[in-house]
Ligand binder design. Structure first.
Ligand code: SF4
Length: 174
């Protein structure tokens, strides 16, 4: 097991004391720098830095940055949600490390979904049923991983599958 434990610091953005979300930094007890290219291949970071290795990816609307000695996660409800994501990430890290002989490491950022392509797959009626004023607003949120195909009730089952398949290509939840 590569990553065994960490300690967490939970903070609110000092510049936005009214914010309802918190930020978490997990200080890792073991350095995980060597696994980052393998994790990048599995999870698809939208940024990747070679030296020292680090990657950032989106998951469930959060931005998660993984460095050798720490992990940062934003837009969290509370410390409980941070711990849940860290436990999941620990499993991903340790699994990528155990399977590294089978994984081709990736030293590049993964291409990101395009708003125009997401929009192309939406009904473009601006009906507002999703809670967004326009389909473009919905697409912009989906591009950042905040919206999934299931959040547009106006999509037909086939169109829903197509949009989910497109988003999944970028390691987003479809
Ligand atoms: S529910 Fe779908 S069709 Fe309606 S505005 Fe939202 S994204 Fe567009």
């Amino acid at each position: 097991m590569l990553l065994k434990s960490w300690s967490t610091e939970i903070t609110k953005a000092a510049c936005r004391p009214e914010a309802r979300t918190v930020h978490c930094v997990a200080r890792l007890a073991q350095n995980i720098g060597e696994v980052i290219p393998y994790l990048n291949a599995v999870l698809g970071g939208y940024t990747y830095v070679k030296e020292p290795p680090s990657m950032t990816f989106r998951n469930q609307g959060k931005l998660i940055s993984v460095h050798g000695d720490h992990i940062a996660i934003n837009a969290l409800r509370d410390a409980g949600e941070a711990e849940k994501i860290l436990k999941w990430l620990q499993r991903e890290i340790n699994e990528a490390w155990e399977r590294r002989a089978e994984i081709t490491p990736s030293f590049q950022a993964t291409p990101q979904p395009q708003v125009i392509e997401i929009l192309r797959l939406l009904p473009k009626t601006n009906c507002g049923q999703c809670g967004q004023p326009t389909c473009t607003a919905f697409a912009a949120l989906a591009m950042k991983g905040h919206n999934r195909a299931e959040h547009c009730p106006a999509l037909s089952p086939t169109a829903k599958e197509q949009l989910a398949a497109y988003l999944t290509r970028f390691h987003f939840d479809g």
